[in-house]
Design a protein around this ligand. Sequence first.
Ligand SMILES: [Cu+2]
Length: 257
Amino acid sequence: MNRVRLLTVPAVAGAALVLAAAPALASSTASGSAQADLQPVPVNDAPGVGQAMVEVDGTTLSFMLESTGLLADAPHAAHIHYGEDSMNACPTADADADGDGFLTTTEGAPAYGSIVVSLTTEGDTSPDSGLAVDRFGVGEEISYSRGDVEVSADVAEDIVSGEAVVVVHGVDHDGDGAYSEGERGASDLDPSLPGEATDPALCGVLQASQMGEMPAGGVQTGEAQATTGGVALAAGGAVALAGGALLLARRRTADQA
Ligand SMILES: [Cu+2]
């Protein structure tokens, strides 16, 4: 990389070039894509898996969310979480601080932070819609996407930098086929809802793909960087394909069970 930088110094030495490159760099800082492999949250052990993909273009975001195996006929709230002081990670079993055998959304917050985007199927996507249970995916097989989600520049940056986390909620702890208070009790987020409706089921860190780190002005820095960009693109494509195949394989297993 040092060698590349040395080679490009003469290219950006001209003031005109620097001025021309500035707007392109500014608009590309929060652009890129990220994907999350959604796995069951420890302790809650919901029987499901999923995948999320997010594309960021400035402050506009598009996303795709898929999950399979969660409680049938029940809404599954889903969000992008982030916290400045959080671990930017999914919780481990230690997060069940009180050891009651239920890992609540609040207990997971030190790992993944709070809601920054509500991944609703329509309408508002702000944290205000975090529990808008009539606007999330429903049931065992969930798959939807949106392309018109406006976020702040900070949130866009957090996603592109690979620090945001996708969480899908709703766990039928007692296996009675519905969200019920039972032993789990009321939700820590909204006492009018059973805790089962809001407990985190699936979680995955939104890993930024190399593809998103290729600056729009990269062409000006010469052939060396263009080659690197090509390799990164190929790698990103392979990851996406592998993720899709994995999900399909799991789905088949679930169908057979
Ligand atoms: Cu959430």
